[in-house]
Design a protein around this ligand. Structure first.
Ligand code: GLN
Length: 281
């Protein structure tokens, strides 16, 4: 059997030769060997146990030749330092969305500092936004909706594992909320235009109900913005993640539907327009 170091080197090269991420190989090795990075460094020159090596190679094969996301093979993704279960029923949490969480926490301090607030996450998917906010800020009473029952099962499991206090409702957008009122609305709705090219790794593995947002990708933003004030208190924050090329159009939709608000638009770490906040004080 090869050593850990040899197994890594051979398979990282295999990944690169096939235009796949070499970093995924290390994630697979850590997962199958049940090690942290620091353990692996100490074991690099040891020979791998046969069964472990076989499992690892099977994982590598699924990743490279079957084009399955590494997160589906290992069953989780880290988000804001929390380990979220993921499967093919939910969108895999993305780095950009961690920035939305950080900005919501910052705007909460600006607008509601120290006050208990009711938060709603529309289209919660894995629950990454709702559960993280609930775990990070005890003063947030968080509710989340999703049209997909199977996604909600994943979100509920994440909420339980991570000590969240989120209440989940199944249904389309605001439909399951009846006459509840909130102070903060967050959403990272599906935003890829229906006929835009999407790479196979995403298109063949992640749920289309979480990816596509109509002809121009803005269908869910229109619906959410049109109904927003009916579920929000007088003072509120709305926080969206969106496609990098839709900031202007989104601002227009907001201005057409909502009066006397401050609109803050922010870039993500890649320098792309990614977040829009609507604030009414
Ligand atoms: N809110 C979830 C996330 O941010 C799901 C988003 C989605 O399915 N479009 O990952």
């Amino acid at each position: 059997m090869p050593t850990y170091k040899e197994a890594l080197n051979i398979n990282e090269k295999y990944a690169i030769d096939n235009n796949k991420e070499d970093s995924a190989i290390k994630r697979l090795l850590l997962h199958f060997s049940n090690m942290e990075s620091s353990d692996l460094i100490l074991s690099l020159s040891e020979e791998m146990p046969t069964e472990l090596y076989d499992n690892f190679l099977y994982g590598v094969d699924r990743y490279i030749t079957q084009n399955i996301p590494v997160q589906h093979i290992i069953g989780y993704e880290y988000f804001f330092g929390y380990k979220f279960i993921v499967n093919s029923e939910v969108l895999i949490p993305r780095f950009e969305t961690e920035e939305l969480v950080a900005n919501v926490l910052e705007q909460y301090d600006n607008v509601f500092n120290g006050e208990p607030v009711k938060v709603v996450d529309i289209g919660t998917g894995s629950g990454c936004l709702a559960v993280t906010l609930s775990a990070e800020e005890q003063l947030m009473d968080v509710t989340a909706t999703d049209i997909s029952e199977t996604a909600l099962e994943v979100a509920r499991a994440n909420n339980e594992n991570l000590g969240g206090r989120v209440k989940f409702f199944s249904g389309d957008l605001y439909e399951p909320l009846k006459d509840q009122k909130f102070d903060i609305l967050v959403s990272n709705p599906p935003y890829i235009p229906n006929d835009e090219y999407v790479e196979g790794l995403v298109k063949d593995n992640e749920p289309h109900v979480a990816l596509f947002g109509g002809k121009d990708g803005l269908d869910f933003y229109r619906k959410i913005i049109e109904g927003a004030e009916s579920i929000l208190n007088d003072k509120y924050i709305i926080a969206f993640e969106h496609a990098y090329d839709k900031a202007k159009e989104l601002k227009k939709i907001i201005n057409k539907n909502i009066k006397d608000v401050e609109i803050i638009q922010k870039k993500d770490m890649q320098g792309k327009d990614r977040m829009t906040f609507v604030i009414k004080k």
